[in-house]
Ligand binder design. Structure first.
Ligand code: FES
Ligand SMILES: [Fe+2]
Length: 339
C-alpha cells in the first residue's frame, strides 16, 4: 500500500456519459462521496454530496432547475456548489456551500479532477477514440473490485495470468514463452508481447473464424493515473499485411473508490464485423466472464495483503508493472512536494 492512497491531481474516469442524467447519481471517488447530475443545458456537474448543513447525502435530493435541493431541510446548491437558498432564513452565509469538481466529457466517458482545480487542464485528458468512433464498435461494462487500484493496474500489466486465471476465454500458448518488451515514454509505459504461430484463444474465435494458428500481439499502454489501453492484434500465422491486424482494443479505467475498492470501467471495442450484434453479445459475455475471474483473484489478494505488510516480489514478467509503479511513485512525490 503506498504512503498516500491516491494521486489527486489527475483525470479519473468517474462515469460513462450516458450514466449522467437529470437523476442525481452518487459515487465515491478517491474516498470522496460525490453527486453527479446534468444541468438543464445538458452539461455535467459533480459536487461533494455531503450537504454542508448536517451532511445529509445530496444525491437523495431533487433538481430544481440547475440547483440540487437537499431533502432534509430544503437547502439548495447550484452547479458551482454555492448555496442558492435556505428556506428557513433570508441571508446566505458567505462562502456557504459544497465543493464542485471539474469534469470533462470525452470518448463517451466522464473524467473528474479531484485535486487542485487550478491544475485541472482539460488538454491532459487522454483520448480513447475507439470508444466513440464510427469505425469501432464498443461493448462496455462496469465492475466494482474489492482491491486497491494499484493491484488492479498490476493485474493488467502482467498478462501472464491469462494462462491460469482465464483458461476458457483469453488463454493461448505463447504467453509464458515470449517476454514483454517494455519502453517508458514520459509518464507512459508501453509493453508489447509477440506470439507467433499460436492457437487462437476463445475470444478471437468469438469474432472471426481462423482456419489455423495465428500470430498474436499484445500492445499495452499504461497512462496516468490508472488507464490501461490494450491493443490486440491477431492475424493468420505468417501473414503480415492482414487488414484486420488491429483486431480489438480493451480499454480499462481503474478509479479508486476507497483504498480497498476500485471502480473498473471497461470497454472491448472492435473494428471488425461491427454491425454483427450477435458478436457483440458473445464478446460481452466472454469478456465479462474473464473479468469476473479477475474480481475474485483481486479480492482474495487484497485480503492477504491486508494481513501481511511485507513487500510484493517482482519477477521478470513484472517489468511493466515496475515501470508504472515507478511513475506513480514519482507523481506521489510531486504531489507531496506541492502540498
Ligand atoms: S442537512 Fe441538508 S439541508 Fe439540512
Ligand atoms: Fe485478467
Amino acid at each position: 500500500m503506498p504512503e498516500r492512497p491516491f494521486l489527486m491531481d489527475q483525470w479519473y474516469v468517474c462515469a460513462r456519459k450516458a450514466e449522467l442524467t437529470r437523476a442525481p447519481l452518487a459515487r465515491r471517488i478517491c474516498g470522496v462521496p460525490l453527486v453527479f447530475f446534468r444541468r438543464e443545458d445538458g452539461s455535467a456537474v459533480a459536487l461533494d454530496e455531503r450537504c454542508p448543513h448536517r451532511k445529509y447525502p445530496l444525491s437523495k435530493g431533487q433538481l430544481i432547475g440547475d440547483d440540487i435541493e437537499c431533502p432534509y431541510h430544503g437547502i439548495r446548491f447550484g452547479a458551482d456548489g454555492g448555496c442558492t437558498l435556505i428556506p428557513a432564513q433570508a441571508e446566505i452565509p458567505r462562502g456557504f456551500g459544497t465543493r464542485a469538481f471539474p469534469l470533462v466529457e470525452k470518448s463517451a466517458l466522464v473524467f473528474v479532477w479531484m485535486g487542485d482545480p487550478a491544475l485541472a487542464d482539460a488538454a491532459l485528458v487522454p483520448d480513447f477514440f475507439e470508444n466513440d468512433s464510427p469505425d469501432w464498435k464498443p461493448m462496455s461494462d462496469y465492475l466494482r473490485i474489492e482491491a486497491n487500484w494499484q493491484l488492479v493496474v498490476d493485474n493488467l500489466l502482467d498478462l501472464t495470468h491469462l494462462t491460469f486465471v482465464h483458461k476458457t476465454t483469453l488463454a493461448s500458448s505463447g504467453i509464458q514463452e515470449n517476454p514483454l518488451i517494455v519502453a517508458v515514454e514520459g509518464d507512459s509505459v508501453r509493453a508489447r508481447r509477440e506470439m507467433h504461430n499460436v492457437e487462437p484463444a476463445p475470444i478471437f474465435r468469438t469474432m472471426r473464424e481462423f482456419k489455423g494458428n495465428i500470430d498474436r500481439f499484445q500492445n499495452i499502454t499504461f497512462c496516468l493515473p490508472s488507464h490501461v489501453h490494450i491493443k490486440v492484434e491477431a492475424t493468420p500465422a505468417g501473414v503480415n499485411d492482414d487488414p484486420d491486424r488491429a483486431h480489438h482494443v480493451v480499454l480499462n479505467h481503474l478509479t479508486p473508490e476507497t483504498e480497498r475498492s476500485t471502480h473498473y470501467f471497461w470497454s472491448i471495442t472492435r473494428r471488425i464485423r461491427i454491425d454483427d450484434d450477435e458478436i457483440s453479445e458473445r464478446l460481452h459475455r466472454l469478456n465479462k466472464m474473464a473479468f469476473d475471474e479477475d474480481v475474485d483473484v483481486l479480492r482474495r489478494q487484497q485480503e492477504m495483503v491486508d494481513m501481511d505488510a511485507s513487500p510484493l516480489v517482482n519477477l521478470a514478467a513484472d517489468k511493466a508493472v515496475n515501470e508504472a509503479r515507478r511513475i506513480i511513485r514519482r507523481k506521489f512525490a510531486d504531489e507531496a512536494a506541492r502540498a
